[in-house]
Structure formats: structure tokens, C-alpha cells
Design a protein around this ligand. Structure first.
Ligand code: TXA
Ligand code: MG
Length: 368
């Protein structure tokens, strides 16, 4: 299959630019498109055969359900059995935006898009290209992140091209995404909403909207083989770079600084930077290609002879989220063998960053 790439001019966005993509979706094909979180790999969510093509293109296990993307809140009703009260509040506060909710599904949604579950994940993205495309297609669009299963999610069209060239019909290139980590996922089917995957709508924001929110254990730690996580995707080793990745964390320091939300993010523990430098130099002496993941605040402290990459400003965690997957992909192409990474706060947006980094490291976290 030949994969076409269409560059979208966001400043002069016209329906004509999206008509081909909408036609492909309507007729059962695959289109990658930008959202505000990461690029999605879209197909008609109501067409099991189209959904099956997504699993094939990504090499994704078929028990891992897809998110149905909608263009307006009124598109939700036909897809679900009921809209719980908490969901109503969350929709009002955060849609359109990086929030996915899990509902009991209606019979309209085929099991082929929900991994056989009787629930469905739904999200209304904030990206204008995504919403216009869904509206033109006239169907809910099932879309996982547009990466090969197990690779970091794509935050620019070129990442999608690397993974999906020859596997899908069309890539809409809408430039780099805004947020850079996937949407927050909340299960609203029970009495208390449960956070299944942290994202840019943070736990603190959710609690402000609906009060108490439970946190699924898969958000913070590894899932043991005998436990079935509520979000099936959380059990797979995601975002994994080819290199061995080790996170270095000074828990005591993080705790001491967590009382001071603003200041904490501008500083980093010296124990962390020193440990990373020592371990990285030891590996380099053995002849290994070594990478370091750090921040603008610390980048000057590391040896120039190593592959040192900053994720952005610790004092502005949204820059860290934005660059995270791109840096992991860059290290893949540099064929680095070992990566040492600084760690981040475990609250606010830091929770999403640490969730992705910990998973990428296979929970290999060195406490100093
Ligand atoms: O930001 C995002 O959410 C991106 C963009 C494209 O919208 N999409 C995305 O999709 O990250 P994906 O497939 O890579 O991740 C979806 C996650 C998986 O962990 C999956 O297991 C979970 O959502 N999920 C989907 N439907 C579910 C359901 N019915 N119950 C529980 N978890 C579900
Ligand atoms: Mg994904």
C-alpha cells in the first residue's frame, strides 16, 4: 500500500483539505491525524473490519481496546448506555480536550473496537483538524496512538511516517502536537471515578471537578502478571526505547520539595546529577554508547562526551511532556545502548511524565 502524506495549513483550514481523509474513513480505510495529545491512527469505530486493520497496522494485541473520538458532545449518546453524573461534569469541564472516559457501551459499538469489552472509551479532542475530520467523516473515529505497538507515541507526522509508511492510506501532517503525552483516561462506570492513565487533565484537576477520584494501581507501579488491569493497554511494556533505560530518583528530596510546588520544579537534587554522571561514565568506559535525559536546568552539568538531551524546563513541566517521546525516538535512531534519566515530580503533570518514563524504563528506578 502506498501511504500518502497531506500537509495541512492550519491557518487556512478548509473542508476540502480533509475531504479525501474523510472519504477514506467512511469507506473503511486508515488515516493518521493530529490531535492535541499525540497523533492518532483512525478508522470508522462502528466498522469492525476497519478496526481490525488498525490492529494489523500497529501489530497491536486484539484484546487492547480503542478510543472512539467524537466531534461534539451530542455524538456521545448513541455510543453509550448511560452518561453517569460524574461524566456529565467532567465533559462540561474538560471537553473538548485531553480526557477520555470509559462508559458502558451501547449495542451500536462493535466488540471489535472495544477488545471484546462491554465498555467503550470516548474522547472529544480539542484539535481543530481532528474534530473537523471526524465531523466530515460522519462516524465516530476509533484511534489509538499512531505508532507501532511498543514504540513511543508519535508527536509529529514524521514519527507516524517512520512507523506506518506502507501500512496505512493517508497521513495528515498538521505539525507537531501541543501536549505530547496521551489523554487522561477515567473510568466513570462505577460509583467513584477511577483514573486509569494520567495525562494533561491531572488528578488534581479531576478532583476539583468531581471530588474523590480513585487511582488504579497500574498508574504508579508495574502490573503483575496475575492482575488484570482496568485499561488493558497498561499491562504492555509501552514507550520502550531500544536502549536499557534507568531512572534515577531522589525520593527524599522530591518529598521535601513537594510542599513548595513552584520552587521544586526549578531545582534538581545534586545526588541525582552526580549519580547519573558517575554511572554514565562507567558505562562509557566499557565502550557503550550512553545517553542522558535531563533538563535545561541541569544540561550543563553533564559530560559533553556523552549523548546528553534535555527534555525542556523542569520549571515548566508542560515542556518536558511535550518533548518526552521525541527524545526517546531520537535515542532509538542514535542507537544508544544505555540511557540514564532524571526523574520528575509525581503529582500534577509530573504524574503523567513519570508514568510514561517508568514504563519506558520497565520500572527500573534507582533511588539515591
Ligand atoms: O491521547 C490519546 O488518548 C491518543 C489520541 C490519538 O487520542 N490515543 C491513545 O490511544 O492513546 P491508545 O490506544 O494508544 O491508548 C488507549 C488506552 C489503552 O491503554 C487501552 O487499553 C485503554 O485506553 N482503553 C481503551 N478502551 C478501554 C475500555 N473500554 N476500558 C478500559 N481501557 C480502555
Ligand atoms: Mg498507544
Amino acid at each position: 500500500m502506498k501511504t500518502k502524506v497531506t500537509v495541512i495549513d492550519r491557518d487556512a483550514l478548509r473542508d476540502e483539505d480533509l475531504e479525501e481523509a474523510a472519504r477514506i474513513l467512511k469507506t473503511g480505510g486508515l488515516v493518521a491525524f493530529p490531535t492535541e495529545t499525540v497523533y492518532g491512527l483512525g478508522a470508522n469505530a462502528l466498522d469492525e473490519k476497519a478496526a481490525a486493520k488498525i490492529y494489523a497496522a500497529k501489530g497491536r494485541p486484539s484484546d487492547n481496546p480503542l478510543i472512539a473520538h467524537i466531534a461534539s458532545p451530542s455524538d456521545l449518546k448513541p455510543l453509550v448506555k448511560e452518561i453517569p453524573e460524574a461524566a456529565g461534569k467532567l465533559m462540561k469541564a474538560w471537553w473538548p480536550g485531553p480526557l477520555t472516559m470509559i462508559f458502558p457501551k451501547s449495542s451500536l459499538v462493535p466488540g471489535g473496537t472495544t477488545g471484546g469489552l462491554d465498555t467503550v472509551a470516548v474522547r472529544m479532542p480539542d484539535d481543530e483538524v481532528a474534530r473537523r475530520l471526524i465531523r466530515l467523516a460522519g462516524v465516530p473515529v476509533a484511534a489509538p496512538s499512531a505508532n507501532t505497538s511498543g514504540r513511543p507515541s508519535p508527536t509529529e507526522a514524521d514519527h507516524v511516517y517512520q512507523d506506518m509508511d506502507g501500512r496505512i492510506d493517508l497521513i495528515l501532517d498538521g505539525g507537531p502536537v501541543g501536549i505530547g503525552v496521551e489523554s487522561t483516561i477515567v473510568d466513570v462506570t462505577g460509583p467513584v471515578p477511577i483514573l486509569l492513565r494520567p495525562g494533561a487533565v491531572t488528578l488534581e484537576m479531576l478532583e476539583e471537578t468531581v471530588g474523590a477520584v480513585e487511582v488504579d494501581p497500574a498508574v504508579t507501579g508495574p502490573v503483575s502478571a496475575d492482575v488484570k488491569p482496568r485499561a488493558p493497554g497498561m499491562k504492555y511494556r509501552h514507550y520502550a526505547p531500544k536502549a536499557k533505560l534507568v531512572l534515577v530518583e531522589d525520593e527524599e528530596w522530591s518529598r521535601a520539595h513537594s510542599r513548595d510546588y513552584g520552587r521544586r520544579r526549578t531545582a534538581v537534587s545534586q545526588a541525582v546529577t552526580r549519580t547519573i554522571t558517575r554511572l554514565a561514565m562507567e558505562e562509557a568506559k566499557k565502550g557503550r554508547r550512553v545517553g542522558i535525559i535531563c533538563t535545561d536546568e541541569t544540561v550543563e552539568q553533564y559530560p559533553k562526551s556523552l549523548w546528553v538531551r534535555s527534555l525542556g524546563l523542569r520549571s515548566r513541566e508542560e515542556t518536558i511532556a511535550h518533548n518526552l517521546f521525541g527524545v526517546l525516538r531520537e535515542f532509538d535512531s542514535l542507537e544508544v545502548e544505555v540511557i540514564y534519566s532524571e526523574s520528575f515530580s509525581r503529582d500534577h503533570l509530573g504524574q503523567a511524565i513519570m508514568n510514561r518514563l517508568s514504563k519506558a524504563a520497565g520500572y527500573h528506578i534507582l533511588k539515591v
